[in-house]
Write a protein that binds this ligand. Structure first.
Ligand SMILES: Cc1cc2nc3c(=O)[nH]c(=O)nc-3n(C[C@H](O)[C@H](O)[C@H](O)COP(=O)(O)OP(=O)(O)OC[C@H]3O[C@@H](n4cnc5c(N)ncnc54)[C@H](O)[C@@H]3O)c2cc1C
Length: 493
């Protein structure tokens, strides 16, 4: 007699590593057949240049947190290594797969191509793959008509509560039974100084932000040091899906009714809107991973200079705030918005390097790497959209304004610790005698500036302003505005 394989659904975790308010997970449990919760560490992603161990550690921490929460439901996530289709095929050896559930992933080409292959396979196997939208980002749009209303509707919908009943999820015993047939991934992680993954910790960041840290949100948002405390620091928890944007949005809006800090909360929730707005741009124009969104800039050629790029990556450019930011980013995985914009501006304008040369390196450093924000932001800062104001940050001016006493600089560039405050932003203007007084020789203890700020700024500005008026740029800007702009551009762009 042939033994019949039991029927199951698969819930495939992607960048939605949470149980609460997970639309896809909730839907997967409505069919009255047991669900396997699955996470796949794909070798092709492990070696992709956008990702680094800090991301995989964060994912493992998130999965550990999910497993702790699943313990009372007598199940756990099947965490395996392998490419997606072979993993599904292996599951088929033990079960009949009815449906696969996951969210629509707005990812890099690698994951989009993988999804297209999975779609083909799933159709050939007569398995339904059901994908739900993630944080209000929609697939298949041609323009942004009604987009704002749809996003707002999505944010005010009730949250999906995770309340499995007996039989909704496959048991831990069944998972342990099939585990030997898979390449199981250990969830052991390395200790690091980066933000730790998981819904539990994400909620703690959120609580502490709402209860006290938000007080100075607007005042400190551009400060490299103070923003680390006064901003929410929720970006990795949103990027990897430990928290849903809806969960955050609803709580912040509810608090606003009684809060003394309405302006701060408004500043915060407007940024939550940008989250989906930027990802939607990338969803509708995925070639942005490789090319400038405005075709008029495709003729702009910049020569790669590996020496300059290396100095930038290592925080050895001779510009203290740039160097402090780059070293801090490499060590902690985080920089506030203004400093991210400034280090990119320095790379693309002052060092005159193509934004593409910065993209993978920065993606590997940002713990919150989110392709849909990363690429549109890089191109905006590079001044290659044709629809945004060209902005070339002056790192010296920014330094005086946002780290006036050089506390952030001295923390991350200790070789400048003896430099007096009056010179901390521009140590290279010290005379030889002043350098001797503070025992800091420029060129020996700390690099001399690798470029002239004034000349490089002029060159970038001349070329880019001229190009911005070129018909190829202005024509494509019309197309971009039609496709990507919203009714009230002021609030959303
Ligand atoms: C070149 C560049 C690359 C960036 N890459 C990323 C990225 O990969 N992932 C990422 O999450 N953010 C990215 N940002 C946007 C922004 O810098 C971070 O979201 C923010 O600094 C995260 O800190 P926070 O969570 O304390 O933000 P808060 O100010 O507390 O904001 C709350 C949330 O709103 C969203 N948000 C905030 N600012 C923006 C913005 N400008 N655009 C879109 N969403 C925003 C984030 O989800 C953030 O967690 C990038 C910015 C630049 C200039």
């Amino acid at each position: 007699m042939i033994e019949k394989k039991p029927h199951i659904n698969i819930f495939w975790f992607k960048r939605d590593l949470r149980l609460q308010d997970n639309e896809n997970l909730w839907q997967s449990m409505q069919d009255n057949i047991p669900v396997i919760l699955l996470y796949i560490f794909e070798p092709s992603i492990l070696v992709d240049s956008h990702y680094s161990n800090r991301h995989f550690n964060f994912i493992k921490e998130s999965l550990k947190d999910i497993n702790n929460r699943l313990f009372e439901h007598n199940t756990k996530v099947l965490v395996v290594s392998g490419e997606v289709i072979p993993v599904f095929k292996k599951i088929q050896q033990h079960y009949n797969i009815n449906h696969i559930y996951s969210h629509i992933e707005t990812g890099i080409k690698l994951t989009f191509d993988r999804d297209k292959a999975v779609k083909k396979w799933q159709q050939s196997e007569n398995i339904r793959w059901i994908q739900y939208i993630n944080n209000g980002v929609q697939r298949g749009l041609k323009n942004r008509k009604n987009w704002v209303q749809n996003w707002e509707w999505w944010m005010t919908e009730p949250q999906r509560i995770f309340l499995p009943e007996k039989g909704d999820l496959i048991t831990i015993q069944d998972i342990n039974y099939i585990a030997p047939f898979f390449d199981i991934v250990s969830l052991e992680t390395l200790n690091s100084s980066l933000q730790k993954g998981g819904t539990t910790i994400g909620l703690r960041y959120f609580e502490s932000f709402l209860s006290s840290r938000l007080e100075n949100y607007n005042a400190h948002i551009s400060k490299p040091l103070l923003s680390r405390k006064s901003c929410s620091r929720l970006s990795p928890y949103i990027a990897w899906g430990n928290l849903s944007v809806r969960q955050i949005w609803q709580k912040a809006k509810h608090l606003r009714k009684t809060s003394k800090h309405k302006r701060q909360l408004d500043g915060f929730t407007s940024r939550l809107r940008w989250q989906a707005h930027f990802i939607q741009k990338f969803e509708m124009e995925d070639s942005m991973e490789f090319l400038s969104v405005n075709k008029g800039y495709h003729t702009l050629k910049k020569d790669n200079n590996s020496k300059l790029a290396k100095a930038w990556k290592e925080g050895k450019t001779g510009f203290p705030l740039i160097d402090a930011c780059m070293r801090c980013l490499v060590e902690t995985g985080y920089l506030n918005f203004r400093m991210r914009a400034m280090v990119v501006s320095f790379f693309v304008h002052n060092l005159w390097q193509p934004w593409q040369e910065a993209s993978s390196f920065l993606a590997r450093q940002f713990l919150d790497f989110e392709p849909g924000i990363h690429y549109p932001q890089l191109q905006m800062q590079a001044g290659e959209t044709g629809i945004n104001m060209l902005r070339i940050y002056n790192p010296i001016k920014t330094s005086y304004e946002h780290d006036p006493e050089g506390v952030f600089i001295k923390k991350w560039v200790p070789e400048l610790k003896n430099v007096p405050q009056s010179y901390i932003h521009e140590p290279y203007i010290m005379s030889m005698m002043e350098q001797q007084f503070c025992n800091t020789e420029i060129g020996r203890d700390y690099p001399a500036p690798i470029i002239s700020l004034k000349d490089s700024q002029k060159k970038a500005s001349d070329i880019l302003w001229k190009l911005q008026k070129h018909p190829n740029v202005t024509e494509d800007a019309v197309r971009i505005l039609k496709r990507h702009t919203l009714i009230d551009r002021k609030i959303w762009d």
